[in-house]
Design a binder for this molecule. Structure first.
Ligand SMILES: [Zn+2]
Length: 187
């Protein structure tokens, strides 16, 4: 099972690079993302940084719509809606987030073909959430309210309290931090 990077890891706060090559490597990343998303009934979409891949790639499987979005960008947006949102990197929590009600998005599909879609409501919200991930932005950054809610209704948490944990992964994690060996011979 591939673990989703939880909040607290710096990779979620970095800006992902545009995809330039529509090659086998991208295909493998897409396969991995689809597999992880399929395994999560609670997730509508996944952005590549949530699997430690700093590339501008999103997969979405939500309300009967399956989309692979490479290099997505919001071309235009209108309206404003506030609604609950959750994130696979912040499991068990949700909060009310203001978003554009309608967005027009340009992206490339898995083969590099340029596409444009216009969506509103929940799918527009989901697209904005995922595109934010590619810029290191999480929904809690955009919240205007100070309380996050546990999905099981058991408690609320102060947004500040959650934000303070940034960069400090909790101890009991199943995912090891990316530990690139810095030890060199003679060092
Ligand atoms: Zn998310």
């Amino acid at each position: 099972m591939i673990a989703i990077v939880p909040f607290g890891y710096p990779v979620l706060r970095e800006v992902a690079r545009p995809v330039e090559a529509f090659d086998k490597k991208l295909g493998r990343l897409l396969d991995r993302m689809v597999k992880v998303l399929d395994s999560r009934r609670d997730g509508a979409a996944l952005a590549a940084p949530q699997l430690s891949a700093l590339q501008r790639v999103v997969v979405m499987d939500y309300q009967g719509e399956f989309l692979v979005l490479v290099n997505p960008q919001i071309l235009s947006a209108e309206g404003r809606e506030v609604d609950f949102e959750g994130c696979l990197s912040l499991p068990g929590l949700s909060g009310r987030v203001p978003r554009f009600a309608k967005v027009r998005v340009r992206y490339q599909d898995g083969e590099g073909k340029t596409c444009e879609i216009e969506r509103e409501g929940a799918i527009a919200r989901c697209l904005q959430h995922e595109i934010d991930h590619l810029d290191g932005i999480l929904y809690i950054d955009r919240m205007e309210e100070e309380l996050l809610h546990a999905n099981d209704g058991s408690r609320t948490m102060a947004r500040e309290e959650v934000l303070r944990t940034a960069g400090k992964p909790p101890v009991a994690l199943s995912l090891a931090p990316v530990a690139r060996s810095t030890r060199r011979a003679g060092g």
